[in-house]
Design a protein around this ligand. Structure first.
Ligand SMILES: Cc1ncc(C[n+]2csc(CCOP(=O)(O)OP(=O)(O)O)c2C)c(N)n1
Ligand SMILES: [Mg+2]
Length: 550
């Protein structure tokens, strides 16, 4: 025991725990004290002080190859394990680089904690042309993040961090940002880290409101539940409620897998299909829970046509009074509210018993699929077969993912990650790296198009360096396929939609990854399973024409 203690003391002496208490060190220790265990970042001369003492905190720093990918990785990390990670970026270009990922996380309600330096206080707003100058950096970030705060003293660092951690718990999850000037980061401080207050997030809803909802549902002949990512924690309650009222549930892509795909009431993430929009239009009561009902949840129209009464449940009050005016609006958390509703609603046979199980509606949707869609569905089926049920698929803005939103069978929530709202190309690979770091024991894959993958392909080196067992499936249709199809549909002669691709497999091998082409579904299952057994990443090329039905 004595030897062990001596060893620990020796290690402490050798570690950075004796590092001086600069504000930079204080920021990192404060993050650690409040549950941040992973930082994705790229250090620079402006953020040196953030790196002082980082080893002593136990925080893991993951060096990425571009700040956008620090943000995407933090996003994938949070989607996988539910906890925010941090991103450390330098003033100016580090900040503007990370903003695309911040915008993505904002639109999909994903938490992350971005910390950036700014140039020295005396230079701010003066346009002296100092290194990494970005005029009004805080305002630039504020236009994109949930909250952006800049500290000008060590006490302000503490106060802002307290407020930002509170926002991460109490508000709709969004990325938050703390800016700290370079000279302040290097100042010494007497402050020491503290664990800020934890907040209970159960918002009680009045009995009267619950009665109002129950009355609406009890008198409904054709009730539909639309469930989004905010309803993930209420999966059980949604299943019980939809069974009791004998209606249907449709999810958004973020709510995908809330209840098993084959459940007789589950129409899946199908709001983009005309048949399902008509079903919603014909519903006499729609209960929308944990969803923004945004354009990217629906895709083919900005606003779902609805004629029935609308009940909305959301913890974000702003969502209750947007372009879908609710007849009953509940600001509350999904689980508590739905539990109360389910406990009081009358159980009866009704619409679904008469109109048929979800599978009949799904067959009707799928009847319209052409050859290209069927090829993508075969590949999605192979990926499904290769993955365990809790395997995570990080997708991109590619045709196979748009279809997979609906067609990939997810029997639990939190396994299908799509850069939905902001629609930023290049998400899949860095997000998969973040997800794999968050959940090393789970199978994680990236699924990207041939063009989108090239936005962030440099992160292959991060995955190689970390020896992440990560299949990266490239859906290669040798085109910016969706845009080409959209141009064709609009009668525009195709311009800028065919790009020369690299030899993906040779490129992967040059990076120290493995590379393999999977010709058809059997090979794709084997390639993904083989890649999941390998210690490092494997790029698996799936060329669309290899998957066309005979
Ligand atoms: C940052 C960014 N730039 C541009 C776009 C517009 N965009 C959407 S899909 C797409 C083409 C993607 O091609 P690919 O990755 O090969 O997927 P495919 O449609 O061929 O399946 C483009 C350019 C975007 N979504 N994000
Ligand atoms: Mg393509």
């Amino acid at each position: 025991m004595g030897t062990l203690r001596a060893l620990c003391e020796y290690c402490n002496l050798m570690s950075d725990s004796d590092a001086p208490w600069t504000v930079g060190r204080y920021v990192v220790e404060q993050l650690a004290a409040n549950g941040i265990d992973t930082v994705f970042g790229i250090p620079g001369v402006h953020t040196l002080e953030l790196y002082r003492g980082i080893a002593a905190t136990g925080i893991r720093h993951v060096l990425v190859r571009h700040e956008q990918n620090a943000g995407f990785a933090a996003d994938g990390y949070a989607r996988a394990c539910g906890k925010p990670a941090a991103a450390f970026v330098i003033s100016g270009p580090g900040v503007t680089n990370v903003l695309t990922a911040v915008g993505q996380a904002y639109s999909d309600s994903i938490p992350m904690f971005v910390v950036a330096s700014t140039p020295v206080r005396s230079s701010l707003g003066k346009r002296w042309g100092v290194l990494h100058e970005l005029n009004d950096q805080g305002a630039v970030v504020a236009a994109v993040a949930g909250q952006a705060r800049t500290a000008f003293s060590s006490e302000a660092v503490r106060d802002h961090m307290r407020a930002l951690f509170a926002a991460l718990q109490l508000e709709r999850p969004r990325p938050v940002y703390l800016g700290v000037p370079l000279d302040l980061l290097g100042e010494s401080t007497a402050l020491r880290p503290e664990r800020f207050a934890r907040f209970a997030t159960n918002i009680p809803v009045s009995d009267e409101t619950i009665r109002e909802v129950v009355e609406l549902l009890d008198s409904a002949d054709r009730p539909v539940i639309i469930a989004g990512g905010g309803a993930r924690e209420a999966a059980d309650e949604i299943r019980k409620l939809v069974e009791a009222i004998d209606g249907y549930v449709i999810t958004t892509a973020a709510g995908k897998g809330l209840i098993p795909e084959c459940h007789p009431a589950n129409l899946g993430a199908s709001l983009q299909f005309r048949d399902m929009q008509e079903l919603v239009a014909g519903a006499d009561v729609v209960l929308a829970v944990g969803t923004e009902l945004s354009e990217t949840d629906i895709y083919t129209t900005t606003r779902l046509p609805m004629t029935g009464r609308l009940i909305r449940i959301d913890r974000d009050p702003a969502k209750l009074s947007d372009h879908y005016a609710a007849d009953v609006a509940i600001c509350g958390d999904a689980r508590t509210t739905l539990r109360a509703i389910t406990g009081a609603v009358a159980r009866r046979p009704g619409w679904r018993t008469d109109a048929g199980e979800a599978s009949a509606h799904r067959r009707e949707i799928e009847r319209h699929f052409g050859g290209a869609a069927r090829a993508a569905i075969s590949a999605l089926g192979a990926i499904r077969e290769a993955l365990p049920s809790d395997g995570i698929v990080c997708t991109d803005m590619t045709q196979i993912a748009y279809l997979g939103n609906y067609a990939f069978a997810a029997d639990q929530p939190g396994v299908w990650f799509l850069p939905s709202g902001y629609g930023a190309l290049g998400y899949a690979l860095p997000a998969a790296i973040g997800a794999k770091i968050a959940c090393p024991k789970r199978a994680v894959i990236a699924l990207a198009g041939d063009f989108g993958l090239q936005f962030t392909l440099q992160e292959l080196m991060t995955a190689v360096e970390l020896e992440l067992s990560l299949p990266i499936v490239v859906w290669n249709n040798n085109a910016l396929g969706q845009i080409r199809d959209d141009m064709q549909a609009a009668g525009i002669p195709p311009v800028g939609v065919a790009a020369r691709n690299p030899d993906f497999i040779a490129l992967a091998r040059a990076c120290g990854a493995d590379g393999i082409r999977a010709r058809g579904t059997t090979e794709l299952v084997e390639a993904v399973q083989g890649a999941l057994r390998r210690p490092g990443p494997t790029l698996v090329e799936a060329v669309d024409t290899d998957f066309l039905p005979p």
